[in-house]
Design a protein around this ligand. Structure first.
Ligand SMILES: [Zn+2]
Length: 243
């Protein structure tokens, strides 16, 4: 048994009903049968939110994933429910939606930078409404930053659909675009690969939650640029509170 990960198929699911599978008093966590909470990964932080059970509503401080499933951390003063207890989950949607917009904005950025300059991503990180991305991008100068900002906002305005798919590993490995995200370094026990495609711009192996259309991202500002050496450059972005 493990947790059914509802966010993989539907990033817009904010509330769900489920059952307690296991409790761990040591970490004060609950393993649930199904969950829409994102456990963090790929630069996107874990969700927060609430769980309701036994006529109380309690904050979920964070979530982490193990091979057994998703563990939801409750405040230590809350008595843990018994396995089998019915639970209603709610995601902190304002925070999560901001993270979805930010995550898609970062994919727009790496799609544009690869398409226009052939530069590869080496890392990235985000919090709600802001993020950064590192590139192997020797030719990036300060003058180019404004050009890149204009290009990424054109992709927002183009209202490109964003699609996720879950493919058998062998099929995913045939997609040339995925090679640049180092999909071939995935452990052999991973039999299926989730892909996130910004139609006509970018395709990556990715486990995160994204908006359905680039128009939902809204205006993106490139707020800073740092040279981390001859080759490695960092770009910072910020989004508006509402698209
Ligand atoms: Zn991503």
């Amino acid at each position: 048994m493990t947790t059914e990960l509802l966010y993989l198929e539907d990033a817009y699911l904010r509330e769900f009903e489920t059952t307690v599978q296991t409790v761990d008093p040591e970490t004060h966590t609950l393993l649930l049968d199904r969950s829409a909470f994102y456990p963090g990964g790929g630069g996107q932080p874990a969700d927060t939110g609430w769980l309701s059970f036994n006529s109380g509503r309690y904050p979920v401080l964070r979530v982490h994933k193990t091979p057994e499933g998703l563990w939801h951390h409750l405040p230590t003063e809350i008595p843990l429910p018994a396995p089998g207890t019915l639970v209603r989950g709610e995601i902190d949607w304002e925070r999560r939606y901001a993270l979805m917009r930010t995550h898609t904005a970062l994919h727009i950025l790496c799609g544009v930078v690869f398409r226009d300059y052939g530069a590869l991503v080496t890392g990235g990180d985000m919090e709600p409404l802001q993020g950064r991305m590192d590139f192997e991008f020797e030719s990036l100068t300060k003058d180019l930053v404004a050009v890149i900002e204009e290009s990424i906002n054109r992709e927002v305005q183009a209202a490109r659909p964003v699609r996720t798919a879950i493919l058998p590993r062998e099929e995913a490995l045939q997609i040339p675009d995925l090679i640049r995200t180092k999909i071939n370094l995935l452990p052999p026990e991973i039999t299926h690969i989730r892909t996130v495609e910004i139609v006509g711009l970018d395709l990556q192996a990715d486990g995160g939650t994204h908006v359905r259309n680039t128009a939902e991202v809204g205006r993106i500002r490139v707020t800073d640029y740092k040279s981390k050496g001859k080759i490695n450059k960092r770009l910072y972005i910020a989004l508006e509170p509402f698209p």
